[in-house]
Design a protein around this ligand. Structure first.
Ligand code: ADP
Ligand code: MG
Length: 678
């Protein structure tokens, strides 16, 4: 029954089904997993005399006067009545809700939930929630849409639950060991908890399930790649590579490189993530590993998410490898047909050692001779399909993923559970920290003057905006839109300067064109949205101003800021914000006070909660429905251990007693393949 359409539930017609669809709920099963976002506790009833002015409370009182209608003006009608509990008075006012007022009967007892007002000797409530006494429970609050409010959803869930039964699918040992309640109990109590202890038990179980499935799925992927044969790298050429560089490698770089080389000398496929803060020198790590692979007779490829980044990497590789005679090529969507044909044939013959590019590299007709190493950026994590396409090109090549987004260590394991991880926790020596200021918009003009001074000195800068265009939306009234702002600035404050515009709605050829002009210095000031967030390396740009800075995530601000401070010049970042709230101020202060991406991501997670943390990022993870990664970190560790011990005993989950668990893992693997391909 679980896959049944939502319209099979009594009371759900086509119209309602469409509303549920908007909430992402199409099946009965999805409804059961559409967990409340909050709860209201009508179960703790306070005597009126024990309530305090200003608190939110639930009281039980008997109505002693019928609601009196009081029309104040057009559009405002009040209904007032009195109620009493043990001699203490409660005056209730209902606004404009005739329907509700008509249902109140003198002499009857009700629950009133709301904010307490009044005085020492009497109390009052304005538009409280009013329930009959049998509603003295903890009630769910659901995310709602249009005319489908939380009460309607509650009713539908209740009706669906009444003829549902949920089979347990976790083995008893696991339930006992981790002190988990049964699955049936969990689903019922997450929607309609008997009390808060029951709710906590239910929640814990469902969080466990969510994380456990994820861990299993990822570990199985990791495990299968551990079994995959691959090329054996016999000799480590890192020391030789280092001679090619104008600098010495940092210890962190050396460690990461040796992790990779070690991975590759067992004849088994490498699957490693290199996590490093902005500017920690991931490119040199990638180059070192390519160098060793190539010297061992293999071909290597490096894929970047955009043409600009691919070109950038290509240029750095060409420079680093100029004395080696290694053959390096660039392949992107812009490569001409003639050039492409030439590259493809040389690649197939094994004449090209290293090919840098975009997704163009994994197209069907691209054939390698002995592809042994694939390096990708985080944005490019391979889906299962893409892996299959690569494997068709070679025996399982070694895989290295580079992540530009530092994330808290505790979470790296979870998000990248299918990969081994090396962390670059050290910046190359001599980096000047980026000086960061937070200003309000009143002194923006002064900041413009400061930016102009830098442009006059031959440097370049960015102004980042939260929106692409003015969308005439009330919501957006305070947000600055890149298109309009660029026009304004180039006609006024930055008249006579060359100002460019970059945003995600532009065609990719237009974007590439603007970025090229910026990289070559033709554009002095680039007004953009967050599209410049990833990887862009223009060392001559030394100043960045971020408008409505409070609207961005901390890690995002850190990434954005990482676009400056990449060269010899001292760099500055100006965060413009008029936000008054403490939380906004605290957040901006974090950015101001540290340049350490790992510290920032911890704070980001703490301050925003994981929903937002993962909100607009593709971590290759299915969305988490119930887990709060920050609060539930202990459960995460439990599931990690649990998944590991099950797989240690039964690596392929073929023991019949693990049949159900295998189903969960397979489902998750499928989901992850979908997410990764997006
Ligand atoms: P990211 O990790 O953000 O990709 P990059 O690889 O672009 O960083 O490196 C940033 C800059 O630091 C580059 O200009 C690179 O040449 C330089 N760099 C990398 N490693 C070192 C090092 N060990 N010593 C000095 N400079 C380095
Ligand atoms: Mg980089």
């Amino acid at each position: 029954m679980t896959g049944d359409k939502i319209s099979t539930i009594k009371g759900v017609g086509d119209k309602r089904a469409r509303l549920f669809h908007r909430l992402g709920v199409d099946t009965v099963d999805a409804l059961f997993h559409f967990y409340p976002r909050n709860y209201i506790d009508y179960s703790k009833i306070k005597a009126i005399k024990d309530t305090e002015i200003g608190e939110i409370a639930c009281v039980k009182a008997t109505v002693i006067t019928s609601p009196a209608e009081n029309r104040i003006r057009k559009g405002l009608t009040l209904y007032k009545f009195k109620a009493e509990d043990n001699g203490m008075r409660l005056n209730v006012t209902i606004f404009n809700n005739k329907y509700q007022a008509n249902k109140i009967k003198c002499g009857e007892t009700y629950l009133f939930y709301g904010k307490i007002g009044g005085s020492l000797i009497w109390r009052e409530m304005s538009s409280p929630k009013i329930l009959t006494p049998d509603g003295a429970k903890i009630r769910p609050i659901y995310r709602q849409t249009d005319s489908l409010n939380t009460y309607a959803i509650e009713k539908t869930v209740k009706s669906a639950l009444s003829n549902a039964r949920f089979d347990e699918y976790l083995p008893k040992e696991i339930l006992d060991k981790h002190k988990l309640c049964g699955y049936d109990y969990a689903i019922r109590n997450i929607h309609f908890p008997d009390n808060f202890a029951a709710l906590n038990k239910a929640r814990r179980r469902l969080v466990f399930d969510e994380l456990f499935g994820l861990q299993l799925g990822m570990r199985m992927i990791k495990q299968s790649s551990k079994l995959a044969n691959s090329y054996n790298i016999e000799t480590d050429y890192t020391a030789e590579f280092e001679q090619l560089l104008p600098f010495s490698l940092t210890n962190a770089q050396k460690n990461a490189i040796s992790d990779c080389v070690n991975d590759m000398n067992h004849g088994i496929m490498m699957n490693r993530l290199i996590q490093g803060d902005v500017g920690s020198g991931k490119t040199a790590v990638a180059a070192a590993v390519c160098y060793t692979a190539i010297k061992n007779g293999l071909q290597a490829t490096m894929m970047a998410p955009t043409e600009i980044l691919a070109e950038q990497h290509f240029a750095s590789f060409v420079k680093m490898f100029s004395k080696t005679g290694m053959q390096i090529a660039l392949l992107t969507g812009s490569t001409t047909a003639k050039k492409r044909a030439e590259i493809l044939s040389r690649l197939k013959e094994g004449d090209i050692d290293l090919i840098v590019g975009t997704h163009a590299i994994i197209q069907n007709d691209v054939e390698f001779n002995r592809l042994g190493l694939v390096i990708t950026d985080e944005q490019h994590r391979f889906g299962v399909n893409q892996r299959a396409m690569l494997s068709a090109k070679a025996l399982n090549p070694h895989v290295m993923v580079m992540s530009a987004t530092p994330i808290p260590r505790t979470l790296a394991l979870m998000i990248y559970g299918d990969l081994d991880i090396s962390i670059l926790d050290e910046l190359p020596p001599g980096r000047q920290p980026i000086e960061t200021f937070v200003i309000n918009s009143k002194i923006r003009e002064r900041a413009f003057g400061y930016i102009k001074k830098h442009l006059d000195e031959g440097r370049q800068g960015y102004i980042v905006c939260p929106l692409v265009s003015d969308e005439n939306d009330d919501d957006n009234s305070n947000k600055i839109a890149a298109e309009n702002y660029k026009d304004e600035l180039s006609e006024n404050q930055f008249k006579g300067y060359s100002v460019g515009l970059l945003h995600g709605k532009m065609k990719s050829s237009e974007k590439e064109d603007v970025m090229r002009k910026f990289a070559s210095g033709q554009i002095q000031l680039l007004v953009s949205t967050t599209v410049i967030e990833v990887g862009v390396d223009v060392p001559n740009s030394v100043i960045m101003m971020i408008e409505n800075a409070d609207l961005f995530g901390l890690s995002q601000l850190h990434q954005l800021r990482g676009r400056v401070g990449r060269g010899e010049h001292k760099s500055t970042c100006i965060l413009v914000s008029d936000a008054e709230t403490d939380i906004a101020k605290t957040r901006l202060n974090v950015i101001k006070s540290t340049n350490d991406g790992f510290v920032i991501s911890e704070e980001d997670l703490k301050l925003r909660g994981p929903g937002d943390f993962f909100g607009n990022r593709q971590h290759g993870l299915p969305a988490l429905k119930i887990t709060n990664l920050f609060a539930d970190i202990d459960i995460l560790h439990e599931t990690q251990n649990c998944a590991q011990s099950i797989l240690d005993n039964d690596p392929t989950l073929s023991d019949p007693k693990n049949a159900k668990i295998k189903e969960i893992a397979d489902k998750l693997k499928q989901k992850m393949a979908q997410v990764e391909m997006n």
